[in-house]
Design a binder for this molecule. Structure first.
Ligand code: CAA
Length: 707
């Protein structure tokens, strides 16, 4: 087995180097290697200073998260840190790339820290539902103060090396070669009087009061809604003013509690599912190069509407050159204005400098003819949702662009298979389903057809990686993964509940209390009720089946109550405000629509609203899975947590179903099936898994879903 930690003697410096690709996670073998190297160095009288560095692209992404589900082998991380801290030789950490979580905790247990100027240092544990459990809550306050430490842990976002330098987290920021700078630092240290400087011996310069805690929590109030990890973080950081060993013991108890929490199990599930979803089923990372992706440097987007412009921005943000084409002569200048205004607002909010915004705008160039597209690596069409228009555009592109370069359609409603087969090379046409706003949304659904080979999917994965988006593969079918579950499950049920007696605000509040970023009716108003109606018409046409459910939303569209953009939809938005105001007229409309259908409205509890909306989501999710539209339950969870506002800390609908227990899920679905009839028919997969006392996590899927 290759060594994950090496030790070299460089004059008075003992260089300990971690090599644990891909991210230098501090796994059991690294802990053993570190301990062993320190022991060896201590016995070597010619060594005066120890230097800890890493190979690869980053210092360390922290503890090995995959070890969290099992008892950790000795030595523990804390034992290694205690050994470093008590070492009679000064120990220096030199950080490049990233030092995250346990990676930073390791560095903080060292006596001195250097960071390359491009390095970033952070405590992302809260995003995994855990607290920094390897001394982080005790050492960070000793280095930068309790209030700043709390802010850094709550944010979960890394800080730059220069920020870390000004906070006192690192002693020196290196401009040039880090190894040279670190050896230089160590040589100076070897011949100075400074010696070891254990962080644990420092005192915390401030303590946390209620006002300080409230101020630190304030920026994250929305992100942490419904979460509990922050309470444990606060308790642990408060303990940092106690003697070190006492604080460490409190941290250990709280860390165990956080690790065992449902929130952490759910967040870790999403973390690994997001990484898994970007891989071909059945192809391990080691074999991924069996289907090598094509390089992507220049892309072309056809259709310069809001979606096309947003996609162009996504590529410009990733540093790629973009050609934008539209056959409507007014569309390109309109798009340029739109792109400028979007970047101007990012500059105004301090997210970008003007120079960077200008650079990105320059990367998007207009192309007046499709024939200009010959030397791009990928073309995405985002023209109007009209099957004949899209077929025509794709066929033309197919004759211009040399094969096998990828052609993608951004359709959300049409058959990708039909579009692909209108070209001479259906194997290179797939769907790239972006979500609004395309430059900012995290999710990218990659829609494969029966003609899509692994190479095309690998290239699509590469596109997602370039754009820093989470990729999920869906088989071409009605609504793909997300919209199918939304229309046939979640939104449908929300609409039915309105007719049965709930009000829009009740439905939205119930689901927002469950953890959704926004309730379904607010989402409809935000996206535009007309947009929803149009998309549903197209989609249901694809299936030649009726849509009897969205009567309220469709009537609002007919009435011109299109949502936020017209100041009226399910709610009122007075004077262009984004705040919702319930409208009695909408309640009267719903009552009228219900009575036309002979529905006697009744009081509906919050619990019933949540149960019906979530169970219908789960039920359709199970159908999506057994039909092979999604290959893994985790893929569905990724779609819903990254694209549809499902709370990450609940893990996604399928993970949540597993936590409820599938026999309970089935029993409740059967209950609603008896009450409401056919559309609550339980998915066969749920019945089979519940009968076998199994769950979605264990489900391997049929061979059909994995080809
Ligand atoms: N432990 C185990 N595996 C990890 C890992 C970790 N801390 N961090 C990343 N990986 C794995 C990923 O699962 C992935 O594996 P596969 O290739 O098998 O899918 C691989 O490393 C590469 O990761 P990414 O695809 O995410 O690569 P990237 O370049 O896009 O991102 C990264 C790199 C920014 C480091 C990102 O992986 C990341 O954010 N990792 C998690 C960092 C984190 O949360 N650290 C805290 C850990 S908890 C801790 O340290 C607790 C403590 O207090 C002791």
């Amino acid at each position: 087995m290759p060594k994950t930690v090496t030790f070299d003697e460089l004059g008075p410096v003992g260089l300990i180097c971690m090599h644990n690709p891909p991210v230098n996670a501090i796994s059991h073998s690294v802990r053993l290697g570190l301990l062993d190297a320190i022991e060896r160095a201590q016995e070597n009288s010619s060594i005066k200073v120890l230097l800890i560095m890493s190979g690869g692209e980053l210092f360390s992404a922290g503890a090995d998260i995959s070890e969290f589900d099992h008892p950790l082998g000795e030595p523990s991380f804390q034992q290694v840190q205690a050994r470093i801290e008590s070492c009679h030789l000064p120990v220096v950490a030199a950080i490049h790339g990233l030092a995250l979580g346990g990676g930073l905790e390791l560095a903080m247990a060292c006596h001195y820290r250097l960071a390359h100027k491009n390095a970033r240092l952070g405590m992302p544990e809260i995003t995994l539902g855990i607290i920094p459990g390897a001394g982080g809550t005790q050492r960070l306050p000793r280095l930068i103060g309790a209030r700043r430490a709390l802010e850094m842990i709550l944010s979960g976002t890394p800080v730059s090396a220069s920020d870390a330098g000004s906070k006192g987290l690192v002693d020196e920021v290196a401009e040039g070669d880090l190894r040279d700078a670190a050896l230089n630092f160590c040589n100076r240290l070897a011949y100075s009087e400074l010696g070891p400087r254990p962080t644990c011996n420092r005192t915390v310069i401030d303590s946390l009061d209620d006002a300080g805690i409230a101020a630190a929590l304030h920026p994250y109030a929305r992100a942490l809604k419904g979460r509990t990890t922050q309470d444990l973080v606060i308790e642990a950081v408060k303990a940092s003013t106690l003697p070190f060993s006492q604080g460490l013991a409190i941290e250990a108890t709280l860390a165990q509690k956080s690790l065992a929490s449902g929130e952490s199990l759910a967040l870790r599930h999403v973390f690994f599912s997001e990484r898994e979803s970007g891989k071909l089923v059945g192809v391990s990372s080691a074999n991924a190069n069996q289907a090598p992706p094509a390089a992507i440097r220049r892309v072309a987007i056809i259709g310069a509407g809001t979606m096309g412009s947003g996609i162009a921005m996504a590529f410009a943000d990733a540093g790629l050159e973009v050609l934008l084409n539209d056959n409507d002569s007014a569309a390109l200048p309109r798009s340029r204005e739109y792109v400028r205004s979007m970047y101007a607002s990012s500059v105004k909010r301090g997210r970008l400098t003007q120079d960077i915004a200008d650079e990105r705008i320059r990367r998007i160039r207009n192309a007046l003819e499709l024939a200009d597209m010959t030397d791009v690596d990928l073309v995405i069409e985002a023209v109007f949702e009209d099957i004949n228009l899209k077929k025509e555009v794709l066929s033309k592109l197919d004759s211009i662009l040399p094969s096998p370069r990828l052609l993608a359609t951004n359709t959300s409603t049409l058959s990708v298979t039909e579009l692909a087969r209108a070209t001479a090379h259906p194997e290179r046409v797939l769907g790239l389903h972006f979500f609004v706003p395309a430059h900012a949304s995290k999710l990218l659904e990659i829609v494969r057809t029966d003609d899509t080979p692994p190479e095309s999917l690998s290239t699509a994965f590469r596109v997602a990686k370039l754009l820093k988006k989470v990729a999920v593969v869906a088989r071409d079918s009605f609504g793909f993964i997300g919209n199918r579950m939304m229309l046939d499950g979640y939104f449908r049920e929300a609409e039915v509940l309105l007719l049965e007696g709930a009000t829009p605000i009740q439905v939205d509040t119930a689901l927002e209390n469950f953890g959704f970023a926004m309730g379904p009716q607010r989402v409809s108003d935000l996206g535009g009720n007309d947009v929803g109606t149009k998309a549903r018409l197209q989609l249901f046409k694809r299936e030649s089946r009726p849509d009897p459910y969205f009567v309220v939303a469709d009537r609002l569209t007919e009435m011109g109550r299109l949502g936020q953009k017209t100041g009226r939809g399910f709610y009122l938005y007075p004077n262009g405000s984004r705040e919702i105001v319930p409208d009695p007229e909408v309640i009267s409309l719903i009552e009228e629509l219900a009575s036309e259908r002979g529905i006697l409205r009744r009081e509906i509890s919050e619990q019933e609203i949540v149960e019906r909306c979530i169970l219908s989501l789960i039920n359709v999710g199970a159908m999506v899975l057994e039909e092979g539209v999604a290959a893994r339950a985790g893929d569905i969870d990724v779609v819903w947590t990254s694209g549809y506002g499902f709370p990450r800390h609940v893990g996604g609908p399928m993970f949540y179903a597993d936590t409820l227990g599938l026999s309970h899920v089935l029993q409740r679905i059967r209950h609603y099936h008896e009450r409401f009839g056919h559309y609550w028919r339980p998915a066969g997969l749920i019945e089979r898994l519940a009968d076998a006392a199994s769950n979605f996590e264990q489900w391997e899927g049929s061979s059909a879903s994995r080809s």
